[in-house]
Design a binder for this molecule. Structure first.
Ligand code: NAD
Length: 249
């Protein structure tokens, strides 16, 4: 028996970066894992990939149904799919505000809503939402993205309150800047990717980017049946970015 034996997990956005690390970690722990992603062409063979757009309710409901049809149950939902947005408060038009909000916030509500009937009958139900350090610390040129991640954090607590008595725990993880394809593509668009990467590393007190596996470890802790008394909270995995103030070396 391992930690997640007999349990079935959905990981949205599980085809890349943090989501892929979470998929590996849950699989190692014995879970059967479904990846709901817009791109499932290269998901590992031991997973169930289902092409899903979290901004489309029909697509989400079909995916959750397919997971339950395949495995007969659903215990864990990792709401990880998300996209970035750059700029100050005037940096994005209404269409972009709605597009990013629809994926990053409403997407998590859609997946959770579709999963609830199955989570209610699970003996070990858990939802983990991916927020970000930007939900608790102001960083420049990220207003729209920050608004969505703040909403995720607030929504996590409200969901935890609503579903506590149904036996469903809801928590969040707030990563700092992590070493994923997302950050690689952001860096590639800058004039000096090396200097930009160094600046991102220096922003985190431990002096480097967070690894996806470190974030997956926190996600697995919150998703684990062994964390039965942990709900409505968040774990920062940010190298101290939120809370520490070090003197310059
Ligand atoms: P990533 O771009 O490497 O992976 C995101 C995955 O989500 C991709 O596989 C993509 O295909 C999928 N996806 C995008 N839109 C989707 C949609 N509409 N429906 C279904 N799937 C969709 O990103 P990542 O860096 O691994 O980030 C994952 C999560 O972690 C995001 O919610 C992000 O906001 C959060 N996060 C990332 C960082 C970071 O520095 N990378 C920091 C804090 C929080």
């Amino acid at each position: 028996m391992t930690e997640f034996s007999h349990l079935v997990a959905i990981v949205t956005g599980g085809a890349s970066g943090i989501g892929a690390a979470v998929v590996r970690r849950l699989h190692e722990g014995g879970a059967r894992v479904a990846i709901l992603d817009v791109n499932v062409a290269k998901v590992p063979r031991h997973t169930f990939g289902f092409e899903t757009d979290v901004s489309n309710d029909e697509s989400v409901r079909a995916a959750v149904m397919a997971v339950v049809e395949k495995f007969g149950r659903l215990d864990i939902v990792i709401n990880n799919a998300g996209i970035g947005a750059q700029g100050d408060v005037a940096g994005n038009d209404d269409d972009e505000w709605h597009r990013v909000w629809d994926i990053n916030v409403v997407g998590m509500a859609r997946v959770s809503r579709a999963a609830l009937p199955y989570l209610r009958v699970s003996p070990a139900a858990a939802i983990v939402n991916l927020s970000s350090v930007v939900a608790t610390a102001g960083v420049p040129q990220r207003v729209l993205y920050t608004a969505t991640k703040g909403a995720v954090l607030a929504m996590t607590r409200a969901m935890a309150a609503d579903h506590l008595r149904e036996g469903i725990r809801v928590n969040a993880v707030n990563p700092g800047t992590a070493d994923t394809p997302w950050i690689d593509s952001l860096l590639a668009k800058t004039d000096d990717p090396v200097a930009e990467r160094a600046a991102l590393e220096a922003r985190q007190p431990h002096g480097r980017l967070v690894s996806p596996d470190e974030i997956a470890h926190a996600v697995a802790y919150l998703a684990s049946p062994q964390s039965g008394s942990t709900t409505g909270t968040s774990i920062a995995v940010d190298g101290g970015m939120q809370d520490l103030r070090l003197r310059p070396e």
